[in-house]
Design a protein around this ligand. Structure first.
Ligand SMILES: [Zn+2]
Length: 308
């Protein structure tokens, strides 16, 4: 990228990081960051060769992203028209709205009203993102690092067909607190606190992570009370909302999970109601457990209803 392009990317990153997100029950709604990732994905795959993003083309993929990665609670359906209409006036303009709606920014038009509209990026941002793969990938890294834990990045990228720019990824990971990792692993004797997995490979522990209960990307602190040692599978399960830890430190498994063989049942379904391994010192704090239960855990019965 040229110096001018790098400067422009800096401005764009800054605006995105400072994006005003809707707050529901004290937690930011992740709909706007998901819309941005979807825009990047459409540019990556040349679905938007011109600077026109019709709502009708974004509606269904955005609804499905919100259902899967939008955090909770998604009440009354995913409502993709909300981030589409309210994204940010310095980043996104919606065109062809019904005339009586253009005077009010406070009210969200219905999905039906949005279907005749299209949106555009500011022309300089569009040119940069349409032409530079590096710019798209770096921006996707920034968005993912800012709002989701590492364990979910690959899932979100895979869904959108977006690759990582490895350089950014390594830089972000290196900044994570090594003290936190060591303290959490020691607190659980390097075992997965759910299944007890504990193994060494060539003299070093492997396959057990220090997981944040309240995501680091959502002001989850590097504190022992916000950490739990988990094997890779259960770390992914915690961050994806497949399981949660109740206030009494028993495990709860999402009713949306179906397991079809004895091994999968042993690894997940049969953990329902079992107790978290006792740590040496401070156990998880109920504030962080409560955040996870409300924001991440998929405790409701699966509903396939997509857009309203
Ligand atoms: Zn485990």
């Amino acid at each position: 990228m040229t110096i001018d392009e790098l400067r422009l990317l800096d401005v764009l990153q800054d605006r995105i990081i400072n994006l005003k997100l809707h707050i529901a029950n004290g937690n930011p709604a992740l709909k706007k960051p998901l819309l941005l990732l979807l825009i990047l994905s459409r540019l990556e795959h040349s679905h938007s060769p011109t600077n026109e993003f019709p709502y009708a083309a974004l509606e269904e993929p955005l609804a499905s992203l919100i259902e899967r990665f939008g955090g909770r609670p998604v009440t009354h359906g995913p409502k993709p028209e909300q981030p589409y209409y309210h994204l940010d006036q310095t980043l996104w303009a919606v065109h062809n709205l019904p005339a009586d709606l253009q005077v009010s920014r406070a009210r969200t038009p219905s999905a039906k009203q949005c279907r005749t509209t299209w949106a555009s990026l500011p022309e300089d941002f569009f040119r940069l993102l349409a032409s530079s793969t590096e710019a798209r990938h770096r921006l996707a890294d920034v968005i993912l690092d800012n709002w989701w834990p590492d364990t979910l990045h690959d899932d979100i990228r895979a869904r959108l067909g977006l690759e990582a720019s490895r350089r950014e990824l390594f830089a972000a990971r290196a900044t994570r607190s090594r003290d936190f990792v060591e303290a959490v692993l020691t607190n659980y004797d390097h075992r997965c606190a759910l299944c007890g997995f504990n193994a060494r490979f060539r003299g070093s522990g492997f396959g057990v992570d220090a997981a944040h209960i309240r995501w680091h990307a959502h002001r989850g602190p590097d504190r022992l009370e916000n950490g739990v040692a988990l094997c890779k599978l259960h770390h992914w399960g915690l961050d994806s909302g497949v399981l949660t830890i109740r206030m009494d430190h028993t495990i709860q498994i999402s009713p949306q999970l179906s397991t079809h063989d004895v091994h999968s049942r042993r690894l997940f379904t049969e953990l329902q109601g079992s107790r978290l391994l006792s740590p040496r010192s401070r156990p998880p704090h109920h504030d962080f457990l409560n955040w996870h239960h409300v924001f991440v855990f998929r405790g409701d019965i699966f509903s396939s209803s997509a857009a309203p």
